[in-house]
Design a protein around this ligand. Structure first.
Ligand SMILES: CC(C)(COP(=O)(O)OP(=O)(O)OC[C@H]1O[C@@H](n2cnc3c(N)ncnc32)[C@H](O)[C@@H]1OP(=O)(O)O)[C@@H](O)C(=O)NCCC(=O)NCCS
Length: 145
């Protein structure tokens, strides 16, 4: 990684991590899986989890770029374990890369059964967000002036 890339990554991490660097990711969302979020089999619907992950990545992207943005790709998503009703679901986001107009953000989702301390990773994926201007066109993540 070039020195310039390291600098923009460091600035992005500073903006998005409350000033604290955490290798394992920044806690962005914590939520409870509810009965309304289930699939026909009674487990939590994968689409609900994906939307939580997209929200988490979007939240970090908005902090890093300090403005609006959109998901342009989701890569390497894997569902490792089912999520059950009542689980506490926690989303951690890690800024991996800052390009000119894009940000690559890794999201890990963990679930903790309601009456247990044994949280387990349930999904992860890499999200690419593009910073957008008021017309919906890509804009630089960091002000280039
Ligand atoms: C986001 C959007 C404006 C980007 O437009 P575009 O013409 O592809 O823009 P560019 O080609 O200039 O690419 C912009 C950046 O995104 C990156 N990018 C584009 N497509 C990508 C992909 N499939 N995967 C990873 N990165 C991608 C480019 O590398 C570039 O990054 P950089 O500036 O950091 O080098 C356009 O694709 C769009 O509006 N998509 C729909 C977004 C949306 O609605 N998301 C919600 C879905 S529900």
């Amino acid at each position: 990684m070039s020195e310039a890339s390291k600098d923009t990554l460091a600035l992005g991490k500073q903006r998005s991590s409350h000033g604290r660097q955490q290798d394992e990711g920044v806690l962005v969302i914590r939520s409870i899986a509810m009965p309304a979020d289930t699939n026909p089999s009674g487990d939590i619907f994968g689409g609900w989890l994906m939307s939580q992950m997209d929200l988490a990545a979007g939240n970090m992207a908005g902090r890093v770029s300090q403005g609006r943005g959109a998901t342009v790709s989701v890569e390497a998503m894997q569902f490792l374990r089912p999520v059950k009703v009542g689980d506490e679901v926690t989303l951690y986001a890690t800024l991996l890369k800052v390009g000119r107009t894009s940000m690559r953000i890794h999201v890990d989702a963990w679930a903790r059964p309601r009456y247990s301390e044994k949280a387990q990773k349930v999904t992860d994926a890499d999200f690419v967000f593009v910073a957008l201007d008021e017309n919906g066109a890509p804009r630089p993540v960091f002000d280039e002036t």
